[in-house]
Design a binder for this molecule. Structure first.
Ligand SMILES: O=C(O)CCC(=O)C(=O)O
Ligand SMILES: [Fe+2]
Length: 302
């Protein structure tokens, strides 16, 4: 199958070549991100043996983009979702457990509640996948971008690379169909367990737009624009996902998911998206989270 190269991939390849990343490592990264052997070969030929053509392609992309009027993020975020279909379902988005349904949506903060996003079997399989890998969750430091332990997030989690497991591939493809954002714009799925008393205090998922981290990293993955929290069990008590400034609380229900996007129509980060996971009062709460970026995201490049 031929490989399509877009601006971000061209840019990423050029950066790797310029910083002297060995071809072997780039091959591995590309394979990890779902490119087959033939595609990897032609991308590496382009990057390492025809670099001039790659620069030319990038210049052409930049020229085209400069002449485009539209933004580069075709988000569900940006709003078809608010027009709830008459039959209240996403007709084409079905899986073994039946159709995904839109149960409710809020304009600001932009929140969409989805029913049956995952089947029971998928929830169980995700919990099993995460179980043996669990460790104390970390948060991204707003200035440095480093992952650090923080009392505001007391859950355990297991982190996965995009496409690391067939189940994750299936769910990532579903998220692509839901949001219109290519899977490459997603960070790897995290499976999280909150034990009794554990919480994630209210926070923003987007990076501080003025912070040093964003200034340095805006070319790789860019800003976060939306989050999908998938509920893997019915938390017995407590553990709601809360948006305190909007007076909104969502009870964890197995197979449901909450999608929220935080870019306002003028391109700014929406402070109303301030949210958290309330303390679990009894039992455990399990979720899987997915963060989506404005641009293709390759974790090794971050
Ligand atoms: O636990 C929740 O309900 C929210 C999780 C969350 O905010 C996150 O993972 O970014
Ligand atoms: Fe969050």
């Amino acid at each position: 199958m031929a490989v399509n190269i877009n601006r971000d991939l061209a840019q990423w390849l050029i950066e790797r070549v310029e910083e002297g990343t060995p071809e072997k490592q780039v091959r591995r990264n590309l394979q990890d991100h779902g490119y087959d052997r033939v595609q990897v070969q032609s991308l590496c030929d382009f990057a390492y043996r025809n670099t001039k053509a790659l620069y030319a392609a990038l210049a052409q992309f930049d020229h085209d983009i400069a002449h485009e009027t539209e933004q580069d993020v075709p988000l569900f975020a940006s709003m078809a979702a608010l027009e709830l279909p008459d039959d209240n379902s996403l007709l084409s988005l079905t899986h073994d457990g039946g159709p995904v349904r839109i149960l409710a949506s809020v304009e600001r903060p932009h929140v969409v509640l989805l029913g049956n996003f995952l089947s029971d079997a998928e929830c169980d399989a995700l919990m099993a996948l995460g179980h043996s890998e669990l460790r104390r969750a970390e948060v991204v430091h707003r200035e440095t971008g480093n992952a650090v332990i923080d009392d505001r997030r007391t859950s355990d989690y297991a982190t996965f690379q995009r496409g690391e497991h067939p189940l994750l591939v299936r769910i990532e493809e579903r998220i692509e169909r839901l949001t219109g954002l290519p899977t490459t714009h997603g960070e790897g799925i995290q499976v999280m367990r909150y034990s009794e008393g554990a919480e994630y205090r209210p926070h923003f998922d987007f990076f501080d737009p003025d912070g040093a981290f964003m200034r340095r990293r805006s070319d790789t993955g860019g800003q976060r624009v939306a989050t999908l929290v998938m509920y893997l069990n019915d938390a017995p008590a407590g553990g709601a996902t809360v948006f305190p400034d909007a007076g909104l609380a969502i009870r964890p229900h197995k197979g449901c998911a909450v999608y929220f996007a935080y870019t306002t129509s003028n391109g700014e980060c929406d402070n109303l998206s301030f949210h958290g996971g309330a303390p679990v009062v009894r039992g455990e709460k399990w979720i899987a989270s997915k963060w989506l970026r404005t641009k293709p995201y390759f974790s090794d490049a971050e």
